[in-house]
Design a protein around this ligand. Structure first.
Ligand SMILES: Cc1cc2nc3c(=O)[nH]c(=O)nc-3n(C[C@H](O)[C@H](O)[C@H](O)COP(=O)(O)OP(=O)(O)OC[C@H]3O[C@@H](n4cnc5c(N)ncnc54)[C@H](O)[C@@H]3O)c2cc1C
Ligand SMILES: *[C@@H]1O[C@H](CO)[C@@H](O)[C@H](O)[C@H]1NC(C)=O
Ligand SMILES: *[C@@H]1O[C@H](CO)[C@@H](O)[C@H](O)[C@H]1NC(C)=O
Length: 429
């Protein structure tokens, strides 16, 4: 993809009508899409250091979308998101989501989730071990589980297909894309006055910037030398192992649902011509990302994966030994360490940064909630203060407010965020 304009073009014709989006993963692309769909005179420009190949988390996500979250805000955003993905050609497969339990406590957790889902109008059903195994026979040995919870409207999002669609639609509506490495910002008088890039500064003259930079966000909002905002931005990148089976013929019959073993912090999906599996069953591992969302392979992950695969009937078909080399592990279908973000309360940081007039964040967002969140933030960016807004939107925006961690020590926030990593049902909430 060719960049359509240059930094020089931008600087020779200053304008306060611009909105810059930094980051072209699923979140940045969705922002470009929704901003460009609105009837506005604003000029939208998306910056990413790599437009041809997705280097961010979006390029590596298996894309499970489970809509029922213990956070009502995330449930609402996930439902909005699924409604959007269903309109994208090839974007979403409603294969269902299946959770399994083998202990009494696990069964009770699933029962209470089932009730919670129904209370908010999401379809959910408790099913027997045999019925669960029949939905994904190669994965599930009915002897090893007591019950299942099935969510028929969940499924898998094809994050790259969706991102390409949003990008193309945005281009068709005259969004400009510029391939450039953003290295920082110049702040003056409570405003960002320039975006610093490896190819020179971009003058902002009153325009806005939205950071959709995923795991790189906190490295851009300020280190010790240059602090862009005085609020903490606790978006903590963490390591996560994912692996595959060797290629196999496609299965006939009904597609497998996405399967989770919450008691073991393991999940698996059918990728068509091979299977994939991920595990959260290890101590959280904070990581500083380089240029891509794939980190070096910690040797301890070999054991994590071999334990994880022991819960699947076809566990032996999975590769469990990682090895570091230069090939793309997602393309090569071998174990990899994918990086994504955690936050102290599991919620994204999305909205205007209240101590910087023209800076917005839209980060720490999963594929599961990307379109719904981006749509809401796009509307906020364009909203004149007089316009009406629903009470439920006000509530969601308040929950996502980037300044909400004010006054809490950075180390405390990091610890809280890391605790979220493998606590998938957040029992303390
Ligand atoms: C192994 C793995 C499994 C996952 N499983 C799931 C799942 O099942 N379900 C789910 O919902 N989510 C899952 N996720 C999480 C999901 O992938 C991410 O939350 C989501 O893709 C984040 O999208 P994003 O657009 O915010 O970030 P990214 O896709 O990371 O995009 C950020 C973009 O910003 C650009 N950028 C960053 N800094 C700069 C800079 N300084 N200058 C220029 N450009 C910059 C990057 O190049 C990148 O393109 C998983 C992630 C991984 C890694
Ligand atoms: C940006 O452009 C404006 C208007 O042309 C000018 O007044 C300002 O000095 C420029 N700022 C920077 C940082 O170059
Ligand atoms: C709720 O969402 C958070 C953040 O995306 C995630 O870590 C957690 O696993 C989700 N809970 C369930 C039950 O899926």
């Amino acid at each position: 993809m060719q960049s359509t304009l240059s930094i020089q073009d931008l600087n020779t014709t200053p304008s306060s009508k611009r909105i810059f989006i930094v980051g072209g993963g699923i979140v940045g692309a969705a922002l470009a899409f929704y901003l460009s769909k609105a009837n506005t005179d604003r000029h939208i420009i998306l910056l990413d250091r790599s437009l041809k190949k997705s280097l961010g988390s979006t390029g590596h996500a298996p894309g499970f979308v489970g809509q029922l979250n213990e956070s009502a805000v995330l449930t609402r955003l996930a439902r909005d998101t699924v409604a959007e993905y269903l309109t994208v050609p090839g974007g979403f497969n409603t294969v269902g989501g299946l959770e399994l339990a083998s202990t009494e406590a696990g069964v009770q957790t699933l029962q209470s989730r089932c009730e919670k889902a129904r209370a908010v109008g999401l379809s959910a059903e408790m099913i027997s071990a045999e019925d669960a195994a029949a939905l994904a026979p190669d994965f599930i040995d009915p002897e090893t589980v007591r019950t299942g919870l099935y969510f028929p409207s969940d499924g898998t999002a094809n994050a790259q297909v969706i991102t390409s669609y949003f990008t193309q639609e945005a281009r068709d509506r005259e969004v400009d894309f510029l391939e450039v490495d953003v290295v920082g910002f110049a702040r003056n008088d409570g405003e960002i006055e320039a975006i610093r890039t490896a190819d020179g500064d971009i003058n902002l003259t009153g325009s806005s910037v939205i950071l959709a930079t995923g795991i790189w966000t906190s490295s851009l909002t300020g280190d010790k030398e240059v602090q862009i905002t005085n609020f903490p931005v606790p978006i903590i990148p963490v390591a996560h192992p994912y692996t595959f089976t060797h290629p196999r013929p496609a299965r006939s019959g009904k597609a497998y649902p996405f399967v989770r073993w919450p008691e073991h912090h393991v999940y698996a999906r059918d990728h068509g011509d091979h299977d994939g599996l991920g595990s959260y069953d290890h101590a959280p591992l904070e990581l500083k990302p380089e240029h891509s969302a794939i980190g070096t392979w910690p040797s301890s992950f070999d054991k994590v994966l071999s334990e994880a695969t022991s819960h699947l009937k076809n566990g032996r078909d999975f590769l469990v030994q990682g090895r570091q080399d230069d090939s793309d592990p997602f393309e090569e279908k071998k174990p990899f360490n994918g990086i994504f973000s955690v936050t102290p309360d599991n919620l994204p940081l999305a909205g205007r940064v209240s101590d910087v007039e023209n800076l917005w964040l839209c980060a720490a967002i999963w594929v599961t909630t990307a379109a719904g969140t981006a749509k809401l933030i796009a509307r906020e960016v364009l909203r004149g203060s007089q316009d009406g807004i629903s009470d439920s939107d006000v509530e969601v925006l308040k929950a996502l407010e980037p300044a909400r961690f004010q006054g809490v020590e950075g180390e405390v926030l990091t610890t809280q965020a890391l605790e979220r990593y493998n606590n998938i049902y957040n029992k303390e909430q």
